[in-house]
Ligand binder design. Structure first.
Ligand SMILES: [Zn+2]
Length: 433
């Protein structure tokens, strides 16, 4: 077998990819043209069943692990070598889009089908994966199953996450029949690629078709709990009030002002708020809101939080509303494998797709996978930069272009023997015996 893969005219079937995406989008379809497939819901089960049917049609070796991650393995000529893996997720946000996650799973499915159609033999085995609960909108946090797989999160802790109705993740996995027998534990992977929509405006603005993120920004989540003094709105004069919602309003504007103060690529958002008792004739007595801060620079996020925390404490003091702040989640910046990032860009060049090296502002399963094996991502443009909403769209020809880049990146990695493995993968690789 050759040591380098020649690009040739091998290409995916764009129409078949589109049909698979459309069939998948029928599961949990919403009236506004999006999908709602919350993790471990009945819709998620149906999406998984369809995927497993498709994997079995290809005669892949299908495994489901203890977190419900689904793997489909295609044997290689040197089958004891660590596989090349690619995939994403089939769960969605509430009233989310049809491309987020699904494109990465079905793009890799299309790669597998193309390999079968052309009877391509690869040196290394090739694996497709569907990660459980990437979105984290039903069970927080996000990317929990790739986190357990990578050894960063504990399995029992993940099982105990519960949704708004108190249903536990572990029980819901069992209920939909996807609590698998295989241990949820990382195995040696030679290279991991995740194909995904950009979910931002950069590629479209720059007129590019393919993006290769050099990594994923660091992310910090905080929960802010404010206490005010609830009272009847009519008889209580304005002076001397402790209105928790007014305190929150000032704080939220401080969060918005933070990136301007700090500079760089920082973004800061309050996306969720609960007001108690939420009645028009009671002064708000308790408010909870979330803060999400992201940047490519870990240090900038840390400094920004320091500044914001001081402001929030001062505001709480001034308004007489005691505040409690919890750091809920923290993920360091994840730099992808430079060799694989370069391969994505080089492959896009070779296929004549204008491309851009960038940074991913959104978290992905690839950030956890990247902790245990060399990883990279392939982005295609989101029309209008919109994502996590029903109008999320990507042009069909871009879906095909990204799948072709994935195909050739997978083939290139699957051709590599032990000697040509990248330095980072070499040191991590313990081939299966
Ligand atoms: Zn996604």
């Amino acid at each position: 077998m050759a040591d380098t893969h020649q690009l040739g005219d091998l290409g995916v079937n764009g129409m078949r990819l589109r049909e698979s995406l459309e069939e998948m989008a029928g599961i949990g379809a919403t009236s506004g043209g999006g999908v709602q497939r919350l993790a471990l819901s009945d819709e998620d089960r149906r999406a998984r069943d369809l995927l497993v049917d498709w994997l079995e049609e290809l005669e892949l070796e299908v495994t489901v692990d203890a977190m419900g991650n689904i793997f489909g393995r295609r044997a290689g000529c040197e089958d004891d070598l660590a596989p090349v893996m690619s995939g994403s997720h089939l769960d969605s946000q509430p009233r989310g889009g049809r491309f987020d996650g699904a494109l990465g799973v079905l793009g890799m499915l299309e790669v597998m089908r193309t390999l079968r159609d052309h009877q391509v033999e690869t040196r290394r085995p090739v694996v497709i994966v569907d990660w459980t609960n990437e979105e984290g909108s039903r069970f927080s946090p996000a990317m929990v199953a790739s986190g357990v797989w990578a050894g960063a999160l504990d399995l029992q802790w993940a099982y105990d996450r519960s949704d708004i109705d108190g249903k536990r993740l572990g029980e819901e996995l069992e209920r939909i029949g996807y609590r698998g027998d295989a241990p949820c534990k990382n195995f040696p992977v030679h290279a991991y690629y995740e194909y995904h929509i950009e979910q931002g405006p950069h590629l479209e603005r720059e007129g590019k078709v393919i993006g290769a993120p050099q990594g994923i920004v660091c992310l910090q989540w905080y929960d802010v709990y404010l206490k005010g003094e609830a009272n009847q709105v009519g008889p209580t004069p304005m002076e001397g009030r402790h209105d928790a919602l007014c305190a929150a309003a000032e704080m939220i504007l401080e969060v918005e002002a933070l990136p301007r103060k700090m500079g760089g690529d920082l973004v800061a958002t309050v996306g969720e708020i609960q007001n108690q008792p939420n009645s028009r004739n009671i002064i708000p007595g308790e408010v909870h809101f979330t803060v999400d801060i992201r940047s490519w620079e870990d240090d900038l996020v840390r400094r920004a939080w320091g500044v914001l925390e001081r402001e929030l404490l001062a505001l709480a003091e001034r308004r007489g509303c005691p505040v409690e702040i919890e750091e809920t989640w923290s993920v360091g910046r994840s730099s992808f494998d430079p060799k694989l990032v370069q391969r994505v860009l080089g492959t896009a060049d070779a296929l004549d797709h204008p491309n851009l090296k960038m940074v991913s502002g959104a978290g992905h399963d690839a950030s956890y996978v990247n902790q245990v094996c060399p990883s990279a991502m392939i982005f295609v443009p989101s029309i209008g930069g919109r994502s996590h909403v029903e109008v999320e769209q990507t042009r069909w020809q871009d879906c095909q272009a990204g799948a072709n880049v994935l195909l050739h990146c997978v083939l290139e990695s699957a051709t590599e023997g032990r000697a040509s493995a990248s330095r980072s993968s070499n040191s991590r690789e313990r081939d299966r015996r």
